[in-house]
Design a protein around this ligand. Structure first.
Ligand SMILES: *[C@@H]1O[C@H](CO)[C@@H](O)[C@H](O)[C@H]1NC(C)=O
Ligand SMILES: *[C@@H]1O[C@H](CO)[C@@H](O)[C@H](O)[C@H]1NC(C)=O
Ligand SMILES: *[C@@H]1O[C@H](CO)[C@@H](O)[C@H](O)[C@H]1NC(C)=O
Length: 469
């Protein structure tokens, strides 16, 4: 009797992730999969001359650097070399010197600008008034500024925020118009993405809006964009960041968007963070927020997203870099992700519950002199405060050991300092990353994760065909 109980107990606690060992990866994501945003509302506050900023952004290259957000729809471009009477109140001026600084900064850091243009400059017939955008594009073209574009932000909130509406058919026409303008100014190989939907999921209206836009816009866009936050910063509680029911909200919404976009279109998560309304003070820039961030990277790739744009690189309560332009925990997660996780996504399944506390994903690993070419990397979170364990199945490895990178906070969930395998992470005075120091672990039947921790586990010399070089 006792023996049976022990066996049942053991079964109830085992969680096995089975990695798909097919010939092809499930998806292949962009090299710029992790990208970042600077909210348009921050352009007068950000300091591109801060010596920490450039090297820390460069460590994240390649990626897109989006300048966009709600206030993009109030922005006016002004060529500061030409005398001009400053216009009405309420507008944000994006002047040519900002554009030149942004361009110099992104060229030096090897990242690509994604610029969100003001869609609410409108003619009396409701069509987009492109004249200010053309001034900007013309200026940029003359100054060899490389740009990718979006037109407007969250059109499904225009009524709520700006007491106006733009129909999906009209917006699609405006995108087609913008594509033609870009081609005319030599930006034919630049990306144009949109329409930056805020909420596709809760209402039938927003789903119809996106579906109409997508069918009308044709090939004028290179990717469909939507935004996602798990909850509003104003109602943030510790539990919401680590409660497994929060994590599934992203999947529901994303499947609706990828379903509307269809199999032939790329989908970008064009702006995202843990919670909306500029984040939550003392929460969204702490270790507490890393679980939702890493899970979003894993789940987003598994669901077929090509790029994820993290709001925001600096500023507000959820930045990757703090007020001094130095790393918050989420920046370190992005750095390790970029170093370890390749673009080929492996399907996986698990035998756990919907609300399991260990959530894992698998990709082909980036090659590295330590583990060579045919490695896979399994990564994810343990949301429980207690140690947990999992098993892996579906593939074989000829290696005797795996390489483990285990992330824990320096103190508690509210720590801004992160540890990898027990070592506090920090940059050298020259902004160099710490040497990778994985822990070699035996390949075994079961792996453990400490309570409230994150893990990247690299398994070399596997027979996963999709990862054979
Ligand atoms: C921007 O950073 C530079 C270098 O640290 C500093 O000299 C300058 O005063 C800063 N500018 C503003 C507006 O804070
Ligand atoms: C997690 O969230 C669910 C759904 O909101 C709630 O019922 C549950 O009590 C939460 N768990 C904890 C530990 O607070
Ligand atoms: C930013 O982070 C650095 C390194 O962790 C820390 O020393 C500094 O105090 C932080 N600055 C602010 C303003 O939080």
């Amino acid at each position: 009797m006792l023996l049976i109980q022990v066996v049942l107990f053991g079964l109830a606690n085992s969680l096995t992730y089975t990695i798909d060992n097919g010939k092809e990866p499930l998806h292949t994501v962009s090299e710029s999969f992790i990208s970042v945003a600077l909210d348009t509302g921050l352009i007068s506050l950000v300091n591109f001359s801060n010596p920490n900023f450039l090297p820390l952004v460069k460590h994240l290259a390649p990626m897109y650097f989006r300048v966009g957000g709600t206030t993009a729809d109030t922005v006016l471009f002004v060529d500061s070399s030409e005398p001009r009477i400053r216009s009405s109140i309420g507008e944000i001026i994006l002047d040519s010197s900002f554009l030149e600084q942004l361009s110099a900064f992104t060229k030096q850091s090897d990242v690509n600008i994604l610029l969100d243009l003001n869609s609410l400059l409108r003619n009396s017939d409701g069509s987009w008034d492109s004249s200010n955008a053309e001034e900007l594009i013309s200026f940029a073209s003359q100054h060899n500024i490389e740009l990718n574009f979006e037109l407007g932000n969250e059109p499904d909130l225009y009524d709520y925020l700006f007491q106006t509406t733009v129909t999906p058919d009209q917006l699609a026409q405006d995108y087609i118009n913008l594509r033609a303008i870009l081609n005319q100014y030599g930006y034919d190989s630049s990306y144009l993405v949109g329409p930056s939907m805020f909420d596709v999921g809760n209402s039938q209206d927003t789903q119809e809006y996106l579906a109409n836009f997508v069918s009308d816009v044709g090939t004028a866009i290179d990717a469909v964009t939507y935004h996602q936050y798990y909850f509003n910063g104003e109602i943030a509680t510790e539990d919401l960041f680590i409660n497994s029911s929060t994590f599934n909200l992203f999947e529901e919404k994303t499947k609706i968007v990828t379903g509307i976009a269809g199999p032939d279109r790329k989908v970008w998560l064009g702006e995202t963070s843990s919670c909306s309304s500029k984040g939550a003070v003392g929460m969204t820039d702490r270790f507490l927020a890393t679980f939702l961030w890493l899970d979003k990277l894993g789940l987003g790739a598994k669901l077929g997203l090509d790029v994820i744009v993290r709001q925001t690189i600096w500023g507000y309560n959820y930045p990757l870099l703090n007020e001094s332009y130095l790393p918050n925990p989420d920046w370190w997660i992005a750095i390790y992700y970029k170093a370890l996780v390749g673009t080929k996504v492996l399907d996986n399944s698990h035998d756990g519950e919907e609300l399991r506390t260990i959530r894992l994903y698998a990709h082909c690993a980036k090659s590295n002199s330590l583990w060579g070419d045919n490695a896979i990397v399994v990564f994810g979170v343990n949301l429980d405060s207690e140690e947990g364990s999992f098993s892996l199945a579906g593939f074989e490895s000829r290696s005797e050991s795996a390489y483990s990178f285990e992330f824990t906070p320096e103190t508690d969930l509210y720590s801004q300092i992160i540890k990898v395998n027990g070592e506090v992470q920090s940059l050298s005075e020259d902004y160099e990353l710490p040497a990778f120091a994985p822990k070699a672990v035996e390949l075994k039947d079961s792996y453990t994760m400490p309570g409230h921790s994150l893990l990247f586990l690299v398994i070399p010399e596997t027979n996963v065909e999709a990862c054979s070089a």
